[in-house]
Design a protein around this ligand. Structure first.
Ligand code: G4P
Length: 536
């Protein structure tokens, strides 16, 4: 392979930041960009407002922005690395896209609020990362506020997530008495000074742990003694550092800091970049594709519809898995069996959207899609026969019965529902033997219901009637040869079919799932469904 292309791929790092809303994801991202020189002052990262808007402004906001590429991926340079950060939308934007984004990442940074520990959204996102065993780096944020005991926090991570943790640094106090962190590798204390309030890069004071006199001056005698005791405990009790375990998602390096104050952010970034790898191979037709392979390959992991009525096009986001992408060259869309040129491929550089001339394995590009792509599709060089493994269909948690109001518009309704489902914004299910004018819609985040209503009305001219259903859990029946009519189902469980005619069950609670399993020995249920359309 061309040495230049190899170097470009080698220096790429593509990761997602996961957290529960308000843990500090936006602040940390902003500080990364600050260190990378991509922005000059904090407070300029976009996407934050969009994370926090009220439901009602969402449509307008989307319309103004046209297609919201801003919240999807950011690329910047730091210390010779080319970094791609994938945002995982939270708050009301939380949707299946949030999960799919994780399919495009090679590792994840998990931001945790030190006062709160693991929160529901962290839990959900972690589960999806764990499916692929991707490395997870933990940043325990807001140490400048009152925090939970650090040993407790680590214990919680290990217990709940079933992974090992390795604290890379250790906090000295918290809240008003936060004095800094002890760097275990350097065996030195980095002292905290909030004078800059996080507006600039900081270069804290380093002091060796054996330098009692200076340490007493920096953090006080009591804190120094506590620190020495805790370090001894840590060295004796915690997991050994094992890079291989980190890279297989079994051991999470943990860092304590304060994103708002820039404290601990740069050391985190430096360690993180060293411990993560360049783009990882992806499996296609059962064989891993080496990112350094000459041929260009990519898969579509997200499709975003344009909310602007005048432009019905969509943007398909692709993760490049191998080789180099060049603008203007002809590529092959495997599922559509067609060659095509990608028009106006885009990439986010810091806060600007740019047309890309070339991009490399590990990068994400967004391309205008006239409606040919589906989630999970493969794009590659002409003449290649590659097909990446499908992206799982993630379990929706909210369900509603959606019916068309005007029976004259049956066709438009069916078309709209199908197209929106194909983009992956909603999942649609049918009651066996029912007509197309009545559909059960499942979503991961409730905002998707409003998006659906808005789009069906504005793009397809149909009014909907929507009634909430009490279901919250979904399971695919593993053995599709089983006739669901022969199953013993309680009144709070419903048999439905997805668009491929696969049988599945929806339940009102975890309990209901257990009852069905108990009442039907031998029945096996799956939480995720591989999209068989994208399988060989
Ligand atoms: P998110 O993207 O994960 O939702 O969190 P975001 O960065 O927006 O941070 C949520 C709130 O927590 C913000 O305050 C932010 O300033 C604050 N924050 C983030 N990191 C730290 C930290 O290290 N220490 C402290 N004390 N606070 C932190 P806000 O009041 O909601 O917003 P703003 O008015 O400050 O912008």
């Amino acid at each position: 392979m061309n040495q230049n292309i190899r170097c470009e791929i080698e220096r790429r790092r593509t990761f997602a930041i996961i957290s529960h809303p308000d843990a500090g994801k936006t602040t940390l991202t902003e500080k990364f960009l600050l260190y990378g020189g991509a922005i000059q002052t904090a407070g300029s990262v976009k996407g934050k407002q969009s994370d926090k808007h009220a439901v009602s402004d969402w449509m307008d906001l989307e319309k103004q922005r046209g297609i919201s590429i801003t919240s999807s991926v950011l690329q910047f340079e730091y210390d010779g690395y080319c970094i791609n950060i994938l945002d995982t939308p939270g708050h009301q934007d939380f949707s299946e896209d949030t999960y799919r984004t994780l399919m495009a990442a090679d590792s994840a940074v998990m931001v945790i609020d030190a006062a709160k520990g693991i929160e529901p959204q962290t839990r959900k996102l972690f589960k999806v990362c764990a499916m692929r065993d991707i490395p997870i780096f933990t940043f325990i944020n807001k140490m400048d506020r009152e925090a939970r005991d650090p040993f407790d926090l680590l214990d919680e991570l290990e217990r709940e997530f079933g992974i090992g943790t390795y604290p890379m640094n250790w906090p000295i106090g918290c809240g008003r008495s936060f004095k800094g962190v002890y760097d275990r590798e350097a065996r030195a204390v980095l002292s905290f000074d909030d004078a800059h309030r996080g507006r600039e890069r900081i270069h804290g004071v380093h002091c060796d742990i054996s330098d009692t006199e200076t340490l007493d001056r920096l953090i006080g005698e009591d804190m120094r003694r506590t620190l020495v005791d805790q370090v001894e405990l840590l060295d004796g009790a915690s997991f050994d550092f094992d890079l291989d375990a980190v890279r297989h998602g079994k051991l999470s390096p943990v860092f304590f800091g304060s994103a708002l104050n820039n404290f601990g952010v740069e050391p985190f970034l430096m360690h993180f970049l060293k411990m993560t790898t360049s783009p990882l191979p992806r499996v296609a037709s059962g064989t891993p594709i080496d990112p350094f392979d000459e041929g260009f390959t990519a898969f579509v992991f997200k499709i975003q519809a344009n909310m602007n009525k005048a432009h019905r096009d969509r943007i398909a986001f692709m993760r490049i898995c191998s080789g180099r992408f060049e603008r203007g060259r002809e590529y092959y869309h495997v599922q559509g069996d067609k060659s095509f040129r990608l028009s106006q491929p885009q990439q986010m550089m810091a806060a600007e959207r740019e047309i890309v001339e070339q991009a490399y394995a590990g990068d994400i590009i967004g391309v205008f899609d006239p409606g040919i792509f589906s989630i999970g599709d493969t794009v590659c060089e002409k003449g290649q026969r590659v097909r990446f493994e499908g992206i799982p269909v993630f379990a929706p948690e909210h369900f509603a019965m959606v019916e068309q109001v005007d029976s004259m518009k049956r066709k438009q309704f069916a078309k709209g529902m199908n197209q929106i489902a194909q983009e992956g914004a909603i999942q649609i299910f049918f009651e066996p033997n029912s007509g197309l004018e009545r559909v059960i819609v499942g979503v991961v985040g409730v905002l998707q219901f409003e998006v659906l209503e808005y789009r069906i009305k504005n793009e397809y001219g149909c009014d909907l009637r929507r009634s909430a259903l009490p279901y919250s859990q979904i399971r695919w029946i593993k053995d599709q040869t089983i006739d669901p009519k022969t199953l013993k189902l309680s009144h709070d469980t419903k048999w439905v079919q997805d668009y491929r005619g696969q049988n599945l069950l929806i339940f009102t609670s975890e309990w209901a799932i257990r009852w069905v399993l108990e009442d039907n020995p031998g029945l096996e249920l799956a939480e995720f469904s591989k999209d068989s359309d994208t399988q060989e």
